[in-house]
Design a protein around this ligand. Structure first.
Ligand code: BGC
Length: 263
């Protein structure tokens, strides 16, 4: 399956951990050429391991440091893909950040940081990829990691919800502009997924129980559940999918409070 992804060049931001790391592993298994963006040196050991995993699965990998909210870093990232592997086929804007702060206590810096990473970062990554696709006359693919909070409001995370809500219309608008060139742009919106970032909160029994109540499938997802959708969206199986959002959330966006049949 997904043989067409062999040798495809895929750039993944925030690839050092969490869902981004699973994306990278999956594309490695598909024998793609993977450009792993990471921000912090903290993840260097994991990145080395990830590169080895990809290489032993038959893929290729390079790691490129950069902050997605810095325009020059993202330009450098896409250029590195082109310089090393000759092209870019798939851009995955995955890097993201979240931290709960009540709105009335949120400083402008705290607001801006999340908008810059989650929304502006994805804008720059998409723009740079689109420029390269147009230059090469290539039917490239862009996938953004969004969130169920592109549609579900999230108290104490106003910056995050605004960034993801913005990402939805950003993706839809870009898709409307570039679908005519065969460029496919879509979002994946995960719900509650266990990763090293969320492990702590979901291992608290009370939080876990409260979260499960919001999920009709009554289970918390795995990073692999999300990463599998990225392979699909990047593949020829998805060749007519433009400008849409695939929710990977166990039904969280489907009004779980109505499960009991009341109302
Ligand atoms: C966030 C998670 C959260 C989930 C469901 C995601 O976008 O990254 O921390 O558990 O939404 O609320």
């Amino acid at each position: 399956m997904f043989q067409e992804l062999e040798n495809k060049v895929v750039v993944i931001t925030g690839a050092g951990s969490g869902i981004g790391k699973s994306f990278a592993e999956n594309f490695g298994k598909a024998k793609a050429k993977v450009v792993l963006n990471y921000r912090s040196d903290r993840h260097l050991d994991e990145l080395e391991e990830l590169k080895n995993t990809i290489q032993s699965a038959g893929g290729q990998a390079i790691a490129v440091q950069g902050d997605v909210s810095v325009e020059e870093d993202v330009k450098h990232l896409v250029q590195s893909a082109v310089e090393t592997f000759g092209t870019i086929d798939i851009m995955i804007n995955n890097a993201g950040f979240e931290k709960p702060i009540p709105t009335h206590e949120m400083s402008l810096d705290e607001w801006q940081k999340v908008i810059d990473i989650n929304l502006t970062g994805a804008f720059i990554g998409s723009r740079e990829a689109i420029n390269q696709f147009l230059k090469e006359d290539k039917k490239g693919v862009i996938i953004n990691t969004s969130s169920v909070h592109d549609t579900i409001p999230w108290p104490n995370y106003v910056n995050y919800a605004a960034s993801k809500g913005g990402m939805k219309l950003m993706m839809e608008t870009m898709s409307m502009e570039y679908a005519q060139y065969g460029i496919r742009i879509n979002n994946i919106s995960p719900g509650a997924i266990v990763t090293e970032h969320t492990k702590e909160k979901f291992s608290d029994p009370k939080t876990r129980e409260e979260t499960l109540e919001m999920i009709p499938a009554r289970e918390i997802g795995e990073a692999q559940d999300v990463a599998n959708v990225a392979l699909f969206l990047a593949s020829d199986l998805a060749s007519y999918i433009h400008g849409t959002t695939l929710y990977v959330d166990g039904g969280m966006t489907n009004y779980p409070a109505f499960m009991g049949g009341k109302g």
